[in-house]
Design a protein around this ligand. Structure first.
Ligand SMILES: [Cu+2]
Length: 151
């Protein structure tokens, strides 16, 4: 009888743990002088009141030659937004201003710097096809990853 109680208690604790597991609300990326993010994929929940994106540039090259940012769009919008960013130019940090296709974007940083931004999870739809990428000219060919959105 005592064994049964222990088993039941363990099961209940397990269920409670699963039910209350906090959704992931942070995208934490590092980028380097080799034009690489340290991750090719990230997962967040659309239920997050606030999603935080952090970016740490672990390199030493300046923003003018190796600037990095993190931009989130629908995967289908990524090539066009990257092209619009290139057209926007260096003064705009290679991001088209007020572009509704941009769901979130950090400021652009150079080597040794860190930055972050936040946006509401409700801007994402669970199961949708999203990507993150760097909008510095040419970088999105390599500096991109899949953003999976859970409920
Ligand atoms: Cu970059």
């Amino acid at each position: 009888m005592k064994t049964m109680h222990v088993l039941l208690a363990t099961t209940l604790v397990g269920l409670a743990g699963a039910a209350t597991a906090a959704p992931n609300c942070t995208i934490a990326l590092k980028a380097n002088d080799q034009m690489q993010f340290d991750q090719k994929a990230a997962t967040v929940s659309a239920a997050c009141p606030t999603i935080t994106i952090t970016l740490k540039h672990t390199g030493t090259l300046p923003i003018t030659s190796m600037g990095h940012d993190v931009v989130i769009t629908k995967t289908a919008d990524m090539p066009a937004v990257a092209a619009a960013g290139m057209a926007a130019g260096a003064a705009a940090h290679y991001l088209p201003k007020g572009d509704a296709r941009i769901i979130a974007a950090t400021p652009m940083v150079g080597g040794g710097a860190s930055t972050k931004t936040t946006f509401p999870g409700k801007k994402l739809t669970a199961g949708g096809a999203y990507s993150f990428f760097c909008s510095f000219p040419g970088h999105s060919a390599i500096m991109k990853g899949t953003l999976t959105v859970t409920k």
